[in-house]
Design a protein around this ligand. Structure first.
Ligand code: KG4
Length: 338
């Protein structure tokens, strides 16, 4: 009999449900919440309400698209943290209710493990997945980490941001440029037409493998403030060059630490994950770096870079195989490490 896992993701502003059968993806449905755009960031209370509205139709669609009946499910995996507590509560409570109704176990998933394990979601039995150990550069709106992945369950954080995440650097600078939230994809689009060498922004000098992005944000802000004083149209006139230079600086910062981590560990495989791994510049820089250093690169399909339930289902699948189920009194965590 197949092991069929329903995954539920509700940690931030995407409600998602996915079905995985013996590690093979059958469906992955995502409802993104547009309600936050006008506020320039995610409003937690609105996110919880939207999850509440979305969760039943999203789960229903995932089960239908998978071509299964809910009675076929072996277990329900859900994101327990980190994330927004109100949002996580919706997914957690829904998973508990459905599991009680179907009399199947629940499996709690660390969202960060999910991002790392998104590389194990197979869409075809021939899909190649990373071999352990590998390094995963986890770059999202809430996290920037270099993770040494030793097995499905054993992950060690080698370095992480001491302030802003890479995605925050994209989003906060984009906001100053007057771009909509989230700004990362807009910077990506503009950067393709800009001169990445035109502007120089400050790079951090943090020892070891930790990152910092708040200095870059300040440096970006000061550059703009001085230029706008001289020419009020400076930002609109220089959007593409600003975007390209910002993106190139973020990539430099990421690659510098990744290179140190690769040399320190001697691993031969590098993967990237999280929303920022959708960035075209980041993707090609990582691919180039790996080619130059004879490393295997795992660059996820864009659908699996931002929050999605396929990664939750696959992480839950491996926990399910270990019979590591979650008790019903489990509450979500706003913060949690690996
Ligand atoms: O992983 P994610 O969906 O959510 C969490 O933070 O968990 O990541 C969202 C982040 C946002 O900061 C967004 O701007 C960034 O990923 N992002 C991008 C791109 N697409 C999404 N940043 C740069 N370029 C992109 N193409």
């Amino acid at each position: 009999m197949s092991t069929i896992i329903l995954g539920i993701e509700s940690s931030c502003d995407d409600t998602s449900a996915a079905v995985i059968s013996d590690g093979l993806l059958l469906s992955n449905v995502i409802a993104s919440q547009k309600v936050h755009e006008e506020y320039g960031g995610v409003v937690p209370e609105l996110a919880s309400r939207a999850h509440q509205q979305n969760i039943v139709p999203v789960v229903d669609a995932a089960i239908k698209r998978a071509g299964i009946d809910k009675s076929d499910l072996s277990a329900i995996a859900f994101t327990r943290g980190p994330g927004l507590l109100g949002s996580l509560l919706v997914g957690t409570s829904f998973a508990k209710g459905l599991s009680l109704g179907l009399r199947i176990p629940i499996v709690d998933v660390n969202h960060l493990h999910g991002h790392v394990l998104s590389h194990f979601v197979r869409q075809s039995p021939d899909d190649i997945v990373p071999e352990f150990p590998f390094i995963c550069l986890l770059i999202s709106g809430g996290n920037s980490q270099i993770v040494l992945v030793k097995s499905y369950r054993d992950m060690e954080i080698l370095g992480q941001t001491i302030d802003d995440a890479a995605g925050e650097a994209f989003d906060k600078c984009a906001k100053v440029m007057g771009l909509p939230y989230p700004g990362g994809p807009h910077i990506d689009r503009l950067a393709a037409e800009g001169d990445s060498k035109r502007f120089k922004f400050a790079k951090p000098h943090i020892p070891g493998l930790d990152y910092s992005f708040s200095g870059l944000k300040t440096s970006f802000l000061y550059t703009l403030r001085d230029e706008v004083k001289k020419n009020p149209d400076f930002i609109p006139e220089n959007m593409a060059d600003l975007a390209a230079s910002l993106q190139a600086t973020i990539i430099d910062i990421l690659l510098d630490k990744l290179d140190k981590a690769v040399k320190q560990t001697g691993v031969k495989t590098v993967a990237i994950g999280g929303g920022v791994s959708a960035n075209s510049g980041v993707r090609s820089a990582i691919a180039d770096y790996c080619e130059r250093h004879h490393l295997k690169a795992f660059i996820p399909q864009r659908a699996f870079t931002t929050d999605n339930a396929a990664m939750v289902a696959i992480a839950g699948y491996y926990k399910y195989l270990d019979r590591d189920f979650c008790p019903y009194d489990a509450a979500p965590f706003a913060r949690v490490t690996m």
